[in-house]
Structures are given as structure tokens and as C-alpha cells.
Design a protein around this ligand. Structure first.
Ligand code: FES
Length: 99
């Protein structure tokens, strides 16, 4: 899917990501290294926090973790908990500020 990524300095770039990987992996593969993803995708660090448009509901575990972050918004997700499919074409992802 083609995904528009907005980094912390406000710059947007459209990139083509693979399906079957997580959004966190896709972002790392594309060189967006400001996404720390410290736990490597185990849903335990919240440093892979992004805002997605259109919004999608977080899982319960994700929701708990997001509750502890300072910059949570209605469209917050942990990017390691989203597995990319063709349906994500057109998604807009903004990397959340560091906590
Ligand atoms: Fe740690 Fe996503 S990489 S919660």
C-alpha cells in the first residue's frame, strides 16, 4: 500500500510499503528511524506511537499502553500492532512526539 508518512518536523512523504509486515517494520524499512520501537514490536514500550488517518481502534492491550503516554489522541495507534494489507492504501501516518 502507498502510505503517507509525516515525520516530527512536519515533512510528509508517500512511500510504498510491503503487505504482511507491521506498520512499525514498514516505517523502519523505509528509513524512518525517529520511530524508536524499543521493544521490537512486543506491545510493551509505546515508542512506536503514531497517529493514523483514517483512525482505527487499538486492541485492548494497546489501549492500556497508550493510556500511559503523554501525547495520546483519538487516532493514536502503536504501529507494531498494525499488520499492513492492501486495504491500507492511502493511509496517512504521523509519527507521535517522543514521550
Ligand atoms: Fe514497542 Fe510497538 S515497538 S510497543
Amino acid at each position: 500500500p502507498i502510505i503517507t508518512v509525516v515525520t516530527r518536523d512536519g515533512t510528509g512523504r508517500a512511500v510504498d510499503m510491503e503487505t504482511g509486515v507491521t506498520l512499525m517494520e514498514g516505517l523502519r524499512d523505509q528509513g524512518f528511524d525517529e520511530l524508536l520501537a524499543m521493544c521490537g514490536g512486543c506491545c510493551s514500550c509505546a515508542t512506536c506511537h503514531v497517529y493514523v488517518e483514517p483512525a482505527s481502534p487499538p486492541t485492548e492491550e494497546e489501549d492500556d499502553l497508550l493510556s500511559g503516554t503523554a501525547h495520546r489522541r483519538d487516532n493514536s495507534r502503536l504501529s507494531c500492532q498494525i499488520t499492513l494489507t492492501a486495504d491500507h492504501d492511502g493511509l496517512r501516518v504521523e509519527i507521535a512526539p517522543e514521550d
